[in-house]
Design a protein around this ligand. Structure first.
Ligand code: CA
Length: 260
């Protein structure tokens, strides 16, 4: 079954939220509504949406502060944000974009425009949702159904791992440096540290399991590669130069004594 793109609406005015939700639902999206910053945070902690529609003026924490916080957080920084705002002047628009919003819509807006902008950020930020089936070896990924299958077994992947795998599979057998992966998978969020890539590669390998996980190779000093030709049971030999060898002979039996 095709998974509908989910949209989190953060809006304190029920009439506007309802209008947006109805239109999204009728156009193949799955909307969720949060009426303040606290419930928006709860929604986001529970599940990451594909897009966030974020009202600027909220009771308590403003939409602008929320956007900044979500952009600074490793888990939420890649979720596209469209700001909804009654403020139309240029400094406000710039402040919204500076806070990390991908786009903004000035109230009152047409629902057609809103839908067009939601689709546009989805296209820009998640191009894999537009594509089709890609296969490398026994591993296949279908971006229209969001499914990853290895040896006829469906695997569960998080959104970032899915994007990362999609990129590696569509550029298989090539080595990609961490900064290239950041650029291609995470896009314009250049302030993400390179070790974030390592964390997601680790998660991706875990999600793929022992066999498919081997397809993602670490190329020392260069980056990562996805390959159909895994080196089965061939652990690389690590040669330790004499200069850094421990001069004291190891006494492994000491470790066996346990706490005393
Ligand atoms: Ca409001």
């Amino acid at each position: 079954m095709r998974q509908l793109p989910s949209v989190l609406i953060v809006e304190d005015e029920p009439a506007i939220a309802e209008l947006i939700a109805v239109n999204l639902r009728h156009n193949g999206f799955q909307p969720t509504w949060a009426m303040d910053s606290a419930s928006a945070q709860r929604e986001l902690d529970a599940v990451l949406p594909d897009v966030i529609l974020l009202d600027w003026m909220l009771p308590g924490e403003s939409g602008l502060a929320l956007a900044r916080r979500w952009r600074a957080n490793a888990r939420t920084k890649a979720v596209p944000i469209i700001m909804l705002t009654a403020r139309g002047d240029e400094t406000d628009r710039v402040a919204g974009l500076d806070a990390g919003a991908d786009d903004y819509i000035v109230k009152p807006f047409s629902t057609k425009e809103l839908l067009a902008r939601v689709r546009a950020v989805l296209r820009r930020r998640a191009p894999e949702q537009v594509g089709g089936l890609v296969a490398v070896g026994a591993l296949s990924l279908d971006s229209s159904t969001y499914r990853v299958v290895f040896n006829e077994q469906t695997l569960k992947l998080g959104p970032t791992e899915f994007k990362l795998l999609h990129y590696l599979m569509t550029h298989a057998e090539r080595v990609h440096s961490r900064s290239q992966l950041l650029d291609k998978v995470w896009g314009d969020h250049v302030f993400i540290e390179e070790r974030t890539v390592d964390v997601h590669v680790k998660r991706l390998r875990e999600a793929l399991g022992a066999d498919a996980g081997q397809m993602i190779e670490t190329v020392r000093g260069a980056g990562y590669r996805l390959t159909a030709h895994t080196a089965q049971a061939a652990p690389s030999t690590v040669v330790i130069p004499d200069s850094i060898r421990d001069p004291v002979p190891r006494q492994p039996w000491i470790a066996d004594r346990g706490p005393q």
